[in-house]
Design a protein around this ligand. Sequence first.
Ligand code: AMP
Ligand code: GLY
Length: 422
Amino acid sequence: MNILVVGSGGREHAIIWKLAQSSKAEKIYCAPGNGGIADIAECLPVDAVDIEGMVQATKQKKIDLVVVAPDDPLAKGMVDAMQKNGIRAFGPTAEAARIESSKGFSKNLMKKYGIPTADYALFSDWEEALEYLNNQKYPLVVKADGLALGKGVIICSSQKEAEDAVIGIMKEKRFGEAGRKVVIEEFLEGTEVSILAFTDGKTIVPMPGSQDHKRALDGDKGLNTGGMGTFSPSRIYTPELAQNCMEKIYLPTINALNSEGITFKGVLYFGLILTKDGPKVLEYNARFGDPETQVVLPALETDLVDIFEAVIDGKLDRISVNWSEKASVCVIMASGGYPSSYKKGYEIKGIEQAEADSNIIVFHAGTKKEKGRYYTNGGRVLGVTAVDTDLSKARERAYRAVEKINFKDAHYRKDIGLNSFS
Ligand code: AMP
Ligand code: GLY
């Protein structure tokens, strides 16, 4: 079978790494891919959001299965376009992906069907939003309705900050059309856990829980990033909690979508926060998480091609999805300055030495390969994943590998997977 994975990050590298282990995968393509993906798949120069170009490439390369990984092409209807052309594609339709691409849609869905989430109000008029801010408790959270490259969520400690956020998003259109509406919601306190789940719209199969470290600096300080490291399994996501979430959150979400006439097929990601009043949904994503995928897929024992096919065919109940008991830690190595401005084009050395340990996988994100050498090409450069029998061993192993890799101004957190992040 010929497979095409759409995207270019560490998440896509992890998906391809897993697909490559399947005896059913003959040739794997990636568009546009990166320096590390180029070692295990053929990269095609098609932009991840170029729907027409992707359909053409799929026909030209006689692709049997397309996996659409990033949020943008899903929200723009790449899976719908593939289906129209008779191509099998893994991922939700644009309508189903609204659970991520419109926060207003997902909040209204949760409210209508009693799924636990933060209290909120939705506005499409900035003056009304400003007026609402007069009678609120602070901190509170202002969110752009649409996709905003992970920057559309602003935690505001005062009314002034919230007013600035509303004006920036709605009046000045800092995130363009994504800011046509805003959600203003209650600030919740608790530990965040990411649950990725395979679903065919009827059956839902959650993967092991993982936790992401979003801030740039040790001790959860500094700016928010796309994620500086992850670990799995989560220590606080116990089997009892998983059962509770299945009953109160996962199945109700699938049922809610079905009641609205929407069949979600793909990976549904629950961004949970464990509050003193129980688990609540902070957000949904309509895709695999990055860098959650880099710690979850190494524990998957079932053939990923079989899972993707079962999801597409609506037969997820017919296969059993198995996981090893192993733990994984992924440390992101970023370009100095990320998530603000940073330079690109520095040579990366030591990847081979790090991977001499067979329990280390170096997933590439912002890299490119030229004449056999790797160069930095983005903010998050590498995700160094270690697999071991428990989290503390995986953590030590990951950092031993990270120390073997170097590029100019490399930055990484030293506290990924520490016990203090319970
Ligand atoms: P979202 O994209 O909605 O998940 O928001 C990104 C991040 O903002 C989350 O992972 C949380 O760290 C934080 N966040 C979002 N909503 C809230 C909330 N209601 N209370 C506290 N933190 C939040
Ligand atoms: N790690 C957060 C995300 O993938 O959205």
